[in-house]
Design a protein around this ligand. Structure first.
Ligand code: FAD
Ligand code: 2HG
Ligand code: ZN
Length: 462
């Protein structure tokens, strides 16, 4: 890449902070997938919506592609810049712009970390309920751009439910204020929802007004050991019938082995094939219901053992067993599937998927975990140490094609919460019809007429 575009950018926006060091290009050009070699043109660090808008206008004039960048914790390659794009990182846009106690909203610049938003909500006696292990590093802009889910969806829903309004600098360089934080607004298309899960392909989210809610109740965390996959849905039904669940997550013994090797403490003396972490209010009535559900599951043979937290430290230790999985697997460069079906379709889908993976992956270690209460499975295939990454990915892609067929049969989604990005692009058609994809392309053409926003992510350019 020549220096000409950078010279032009410096002339157009002299106050813009720009990074061009090879170490910075490497650092900002990748996300957690680690599959593509980063090769961005440069890294732009704007500090205001006005600077973002000026940048996008410059990029249109010069024909330079932009990759919006948050915390780069994404797992689908959405924030990867491997083709001379300009990475626009929002890390200098972390200001808190306002809190409204009557509306119960918090307005922030989009580069702020999820964890900071959670803390601010608590300081106001409220809660921002989206939550997951990358909370310290991921940004609100990235959460919106992927419609992030996490461990409390079963109780509170995805990011989409919590976005009262947002500001988007479109690919065409317009600054749109979407939603206005109104509770009621029936004045035509709600463009805010197009920005949610758009993966940076329509524009750059520069600001968001987040809904806050009542603080969560004091809770107990329970870890259950299960003998079989079949028992999972039975246990979920038994607990959900009696309790308002704050979380209901599962993982396998293989996942536990990796987390323990990463420093966590074994919860039981014996190992079991499956585990569930569930969380519910700790008042006396809820505890009694939880014990009744536990006994019912033990009597039915769906649960083999269990432990309930007696302190915050124990609750955190139990959560670590579930939340530590992704980090504990990272060194194996896993091939990730993040699939979903309706909860009612889960038992049949699980049976078909288990059979498929047993037939096609006998030679790889397969780690199952996820948000069973949302119908969302994470299937991580671990790369054998001595296998070249290209051959490994090719083998996994072969099986993902078959998994996509299974998903199509069960009306599921190839991406439940991580996004399509680069990783799942070939399989978008198993989740979305040709007519839907054509409509998505049409929307992109309107908001990003020159196709400069994150080209090649979600779908290929026309
Ligand atoms: P990035 O990775 O920087 O970007 C993600 C996508 O959003 C890219 O397409 C990027 O171009 C776009 N983007 C980023 N910022 C903007 C913006 N301001 N405007 C427009 N587009 C933008 N995800 C879940 O849903 N649930 C989980 O439970 C979960 N757990 C995780 C645990 C770990 C340990 C890790 C590493 C990841 C996990 N993730 C999870 C995935 C990831 O954290 C989320 O997808 C998160 O929302 C990404 O935020 P980010 O700021 O890191 O985005
Ligand atoms: C989780 O639920 C995240 O822990 C990450 O969505 C899933 O690493 C994964 O596959
Ligand atoms: Zn998840």
């Amino acid at each position: 890449m020549t220096d000409a575009p950078l010279t032009s950018l410096r002339a157009a926006l002299p106050a813009l902070r720009l990074l061009t060091d090879p170490a910075d290009l490497e650092h900002y050009g990748r996300d957690w997938t680690r599959r593509w070699r980063p090769a961005p043109l440069a890294i732009a660090l704007p500090d205001s919506a006005a600077q973002v808008q000026a940048l996008v206008r410059w990029a249109n004039a010069e024909g330079v592609a932009i990759v919006p960048s948050g915390g780069r914790t994404g797992l689908s390659g959405g924030a990867v810049a491997a083709h001379g794009e300009l990475v626009v990182s929002l890390e200098r846009m972390q200001q808190v712009l306002g809190f409204d106690a009557v509306d119960r909203t918090l307005t922030v610049q989009a580069g702020i970390a999820l964890q900071r938003v959670q803390e601010l909500a608590r300081e106001h006696g409220l809660q921002y309920p989206v939550d997951f292990a990358a909370r310290g590093s991921c940004s609100i802009g990235g959460n919106i751009a992927t419609n992030a889910g996490g461990i409390r969806v079963v109780r509170y829903g995805n990011t989409r439910e919590w976005i009262a309004g947002l500001k988007l600098v479109t690919g065409g360089g317009e600054l749109l204020e979407l939603g206005r934080a109104l509770v009621k607004n029936s004045s035509g298309y709600d463009l805010r929802h197009l920005a949610i899960a758009s993966e940076g392909t329509l524009g750059i989210i520069v600001e968001a007004t987040l809904r806050l809610t009542d603080p969560p109740p004091a809770t107990n965390v329970m870890l259950l050991a299960l003998p079989s996959f079949d028992a999972l849905m039975q246990v979920f039904s038994a607990f959900r019938e009696r309790l308002q669940l704050q979380a209901f997550e599962f993982f396998t013994d293989v996942a536990l082995t990796h987390v323990l090797a990463h420093g966590a403490q074994a919860p039981f003396a014996e190992t079991h094939p499956y585990y569930v972490v569930t969380e519910f209010a700790s008042d006396a009535a809820s505890e009694a219901e939880a014990m009744a559900a536990f006994e019912q599951c033990m009597a039915s043979g769906w649960v083999s053992d269990g432990v309930i937290s007696a302190s915050d430290a124990q609750a955190a230790a139990l959560w670590r067993l579930r939340e530590g999985i992704t980090e504990s697997l990272a060194r194996h460069v896993p091939y990730k599937n993040d699939v979903s079906v309706r909860i009612s379709a889960m038992p049949a889908f699980l049976a078909d998927t288990q059979a498929l993976l047993a037939e096609h992956y006998p030679h790889f270690e397969v780690v199952w975990f996820g948000h069973i209460g949302d119908g969302n499975l994470h299937i991580n295939i671990l790369k054998p140490e001595n296998m070249p990454q290209e051959a490994f990915v090719a083998d996994c892609e072969r099986v993902t094609k078959l998994l996509a067929d299974v998903l199509q049969r069960h009306s599921g989604s190839i991406s439940a919460e991580h996004g399509i990005g680069l990783v799942k692009k070939p399989y978008l058609g198993c989740t979305r019809s040709a007519a839907e994809i054509a409509a998505m392309r049409g929307i992109k053409a309107v908001l990003d007429p020159n196709g400069i926003m994150n080209p090649g992510k979600l779908f290929d350019p026309d």
